[in-house]
Write a protein that binds this ligand. Structure first.
Ligand code: AHR
Length: 545
């Protein structure tokens, strides 16, 4: 797609008018002209250079991780409908959701919480007879435990993903967590291994990621950093992975609870854990430190996820960009104790947290997902990608029906959100090599808020193909990108772009196709590749040489 609006812009309509004999045709031409100028008339031109000869760190596929907590309809109804449901399912897991998730190549799923994890007792979720308990964190509803360890591992298997298990540090014991891991990973020689086999899975499960507690400074037990550190040492030593295939390669990575903000209590938390790690003895260790950061402006009066305007669009995007300085603040502390970047920063809860949709259970955290969230997702992913050497894992909250979800369901209906499509468009960036991009971002101003107008990242995938993502933050103005490549000659660009008529455009069960990606392409002319990007859009293209 190439519109060169700078040359003879008025000739095009007159040429067409000369050949138009009916009023209808003239009117049609006028409408086309209007659409053309509304969309591209105010386009700004930005030069973007991709330095294909300067590769950087690998963008770990795990930054595209998901989070599924026993919360509202996140697991029950969202994933699990039970084998007797009329909704098509495989062993109780809904097929439509599985198929949608397969397409975004979910690298890992964090489970079972969240706050829920620190009250979860895994034994209640195995075997033929399940305990019926409560979910006091999230609406106080019944927790039937019909979705437990085996169902979660089956779900992962169906979508082709890996487990990131959070063990209960708050109300559990090291023994309980150790036994869960033994149950999952020991071969059949131990009693727990045999029990797993009796319950339907003789082979040891692979558990690549272990979260030791969740928000232990808050819902996970209100611990001080020192108290948590003492727990971390115990859990990291005794919660072992026995899977024979994970003893040399693919060793389980242990992720410690990290900060939940930038305040002094959180910088002190990072400092305490990292300082202790620097001096750790042989008997304990960790491989990752978590960071939680939601995009919320006022926790008491959260923004709405629907029916909002440009002011709320600009406010939320300004807020979300704080992720950058927050990561840098904690990464600087980590650098002090770990200059070799052995410890990954794991942003295992991120995303927009809005007010619950009117009429829904406020404990279920149900919100809609708009084009604003698509832009927000792209901006955050780019922040992670630019820090790929330290940020090696991230989990958006949450996968289905909760907060900034990929998928919304209502009984047999399912709809894919704008955020889902962003994750789909970024699939080529999974495990690709970061490639530097230079551009003058310009500014987008609304009222007293000024934001960078453009964002972009590039990466080379395993097959050598170069991919570029460009976000046009401005909700009103189109963007002309002059794309230059150093180290290769670009002939064309082919990909997809996601935009919508309004900042609050959403997909609904009735109209699931309002915000969906469409094809975009450009051919180089006179050695130049020009991409025309619509307002408030996320675009991913492959550069063909
Ligand atoms: O994602 C919802 C909740 O947010 C999680 O349970 C908790 O860890 C965080 O406070």
């Amino acid at each position: 797609m190439r519109f060169n609006i700078n040359r003879k812009p008025l000739l095009f309509p007159f040429l067409l008018l000369k050949d138009s004999y009916s009023m209808g045709k003239i009117l049609f031409v006028l409408v086309v002209i209007c659409i053309f100028f509304v969309t591209f008339g105010s386009a700004q031109r930005i030069e973007l250079t991709v330095n294909a000869s300067k590769p950087g760190a690998t963008i770990n596929r795990n930054i595209f991780g998901q989070f599924a907590e026993h919360l509202g309809y996140g697991v029950y109804e969202g994933i699990w409908v039970g084998p007797n449901s009329k909704i098509p399912n495989t062993r109780g897991i809904r097929n439509d959701v599985v198929n949608a998730l397969k397409a975004i190549k979910v690298p890992n799923v964090r489970y079972p919480g969240g706050c829920f994890a620190d009250e979860y007792h895994w034994r209640k979720g195995i075997g033929a007879k399940r305990a019926v308990t409560l979910n006091p964190n999230w609406g106080g509803v019944i927790e039937p435990n019909t979705f437990g360890t085996h169902e979660f591992m089956d779900f992962l298997d169906q979508i082709g993903s890996e487990a990131f298990l959070s063990v209960n540090v708050g109300s559990g014991t090291p023994q309980e967590a150790a036994e869960w891991l033994e149950y999952l990973t020991a071969d059949e020689k131990t009693d727990l291994g045999k029990e797993r086999a009796i319950n339907g899975h003789s082979a040891a499960y692979k558990i690549p990621y272990l979260g030791i507690g969740n928000e232990s400074w808050d819902c996970g037990g209100n611990m001080s950093a020192e108290y948590y550190l003492s727990q971390l040492k115990i859990y990291s030593r005794f919660v072992r992975n026995y899977n024979p295939a994970q003893q040399q390669n693919d060793r389980m990575l242990r992720i410690a609870v990290g900060p939940g903000g930038g305040e002094p209590r959180f910088t002190e938390w990072t400092d305490t854990i990292m300082k202790a790690w620097q001096n750790h003895t042989w008997s304990w260790d960790m491989e990752g430190l978590s960071l939680h950061n939601y995009t919320v402006i006022n926790w008491e009066k959260k923004h709405s996820s629907i029916n909002f305007g440009e002011t709320e669009y600009a406010q939320i995007l300004k807020k979300t960009l704080e992720m950058e300085s927050l990561i840098d603040k904690h990464a600087a502390i980590m650098d002090k104790y770990d200059p070799q970047k052995k410890i990954a920063l794991v942003v295992d809860e991120w995303g927009a947290w809005y007010a619950p949709l009117p009429g829904t259970n406020s404990g279920f955290l149900i919100q809609q997902n708009s084009q604003r969230d698509a832009i927000l997702a792209a901006l955050n992913i780019n922040i992670f990608a630019r820090r790929a050497d330290r940020v090696r894992m991230a989990n958006i909250a949450q996968m289905i029906n909760v907060l900034q979800a990929m998928i919304l369901t209502d009984k047999e209906k399912m709809v894919l959100t704008p955020t889902y499509y962003v994750f789909k468009m970024y699939v080529p960036f999974q495990d690709a090599t970061f490639v530097p991009v230079t551009f003058d971002a310009g500014t987008y101003t609304h009222g007293d808020i000024t934001l960078p107008r453009v964002d972009a990242v590039a990466a080379r995938d395993k097959n050598g193909k170069l991919w570029v993502e460009i976000t046009n933050v401005d909700p009103n103005k189109a963007l002309e990108i002059d794309l230059k490549t150093v180290g290769m000659t670009a002939k064309s660009a082919v990909g997809e772009t996601l935009t919508a008529p309004k900042v609050d455009s959403i997909n609904t069960f009735e109209k699931p196709g309002s915000v969906v990606p469409k094809a975009i392409s450009a051919k180089a002319q006179n050695g130049k590749l020009t991409l025309n990007l619509e307002p408030k859009s996320v675009t991913v293209v492959a550069i063909e040489q």
